[in-house]
Design a protein around this ligand. Structure first.
Ligand code: GCO
Ligand code: MG
Length: 419
């Protein structure tokens, strides 16, 4: 089954997405997500200049061999641009194989292990009353686990807090568009990144009180999560984990910058708060030390950035040896193709933990027409063959790419900090 064409589709229905569409000689079409927030065109160029020419004429059934060919064959390994490109090819080939088999993709991954993927939603508010309203709105929508992010006194806009408390969850954030939402969409449409301010000591003073208030309001049972977004030193992270222990978090995410795996040892020595990391990782090698020393509890990599179904499934199998579970990254910058792939993988693997779910904008869903459903707090894959996503190219063309960036962070003295 030869590949006859591969198209790199860049569009901005609500936000920017890069989608790879592979077509075989029999006319079977597979989709892969290659979106890398704020660096979309780098992946699009890597794909169209260096990957698409190598795909034409290859046997679409040879998924593993194609993965190895693109990974080993580049000589220059790893990195988000390379691995997002490999992920897109891999996901599209799995989509094709499942369509040819006439089965939803999860059937090829071992079949269903569970009804659906438990999700967590993003509640946020600059102040507590808005945060509580946001938690209530998520509970009404059926979410059974909720991420908590708030403003920090003295700081302006901070990571994780939606632009307006009166917003409707799931409405278009527009990556800088006008409609606000409860969910936090950090990318902004502009020629240069927005600059935010950060003060770690103010944050560390504020956050335990927020969780105390949320527990007092919503009780002990609701699973709560929090994202520190790579901003702390090991000892600050240890202190935060310890100070949040009374509030029984489901996880504390990305406490330190992810490059240095060894610093998690210090954090782990001091706290029993479960740790999640890996949304910026892209290969199994990024996890080796963390798994073997059992320094984390949840794996955050998405299909889109970690080499596709093939790459991420290998990571999950390795994690399972150490009782570490999945916690797949599912922000709005992972397209419905990437999310569908995560759902198929999530219902099949033995060590599923939780799936992040922020809901895409209506424009995004109109272009991608995903077959998955959100029901009672779970994401459930559709039963159509393949991934169950159907890209409307004509509609997508009415949403051309617009430059958009994630913010950058500066400390109060003006120096750059991790965002
Ligand atoms: C999350 C992430 C996102 C990222 C974003 C970057 O936990 O969902 O931290 O909010 O910042 O995906 O592109
Ligand atoms: Mg995160």
């Amino acid at each position: 089954m030869r590949i006859t064409s591969a198209d790199v589709l860049v569009a901005s229905p609500g936000r920017n997405f890069v989608t790879l569409r592979i077509t075989t000689e029999d006319g079977v079409v597979g989709l892969g997500d290659a979106t890398l927030n704020g660096r979309e065109l780098a992946v699009a160029a890597y794909l169209s200049e260096h990957v698409v020419p190598l795909l034409i004429g290859r046997d679409a059934h040879r998924i593993e061999d194609t993965w190895q060919y693109l990974y080993r064959g580049a000589y220059w390994r790893r990195g988000p641009v390379t691995m997002a490109s490999i992920a897109a090819v891999d996901t599209a080939l799995w989509d094709i194989k499942a369509k040819v088999a006439g089965l939803p993709l999860y059937q090829l991954l071992g079949g269903r292990s569970r009804t659906g993927c438990l999700t967590y939603g993003h509640a946020s508010g600059a102040e507590l009353p808005e945060l509580f309203d946001s938690v209530r709105a998520h509970l009404e929508q059926g979410y059974r686990a909720i991420r908590i992010q708030t403003g920090v006194p003295g700081l302006g806009s901070v990571y994780g807090v939606a632009s307006s408390p009166n917003a409707v969850a799931g409405a278009d954030a527009g990556a800088g568009g006008s409609t606000a939402r409860y969910d936090h969409e950090p990318a902004r449409r502009s020629a240069v990144p927005v600059e935010e301010q950060w003060d770690t000591r103010a944050y560390l003073r504020h956050i335990p009180g927020v969780f105390e208030a949320v527990r007092n309001e919503f009780g002990p049972e609701l699973p709560l999560l929090h994202d520190a977004h790579h901003r702390l030193t090991p000892i600050q992270a240890a202190k935060l984990g310890k100070s949040l222990e009374p509030y029984d978090l489901f996880w504390l995410e990305d406490v330190t910058p992810a490059e240095n795996q060894a610093v998690l040892r210090r954090v782990r020595e001091h706290t029993t708060t479960p740790l999640a990391i890996g949304e910026v990782f892209n290969t199994i090698w990024d996890y080796r030390e963390l798994f073997e020393e059992q320094l984390i509890d949840y794996v955050r990599s998405p299909v889109t950035h970690a080499g596709g179904i093939t790459g991420l499934r290998r990571i999950f199998d390795y994690a399972a040896v150490y009782q570490i579970k999945s916690g797949v990254h599912g922000p709005t910058d992972v397209s419905p193709v990437g999310l569908a792939a995560a759902i198929h993988l999530g219902v099949a693997i033995p060590n599923f933990g939780i799936q992040e779910y922020m809901k895409h904008s209506p424009e995004t869903d109109e272009v991608f027409r995903p077959g998955y459903r959100f029901e009672d707090g779970l994401l459930v894959p559709g039963e159509e063959p393949g991934l169950g996503v159907d890209y409307d190219e004509v509609l997508a063309e009415s949403f051309p790419y617009q430059a958009a960036y994630l913010p950058v962070n500066r400390l109060l003295d003006g120096s750059m900090h991790d965002w």
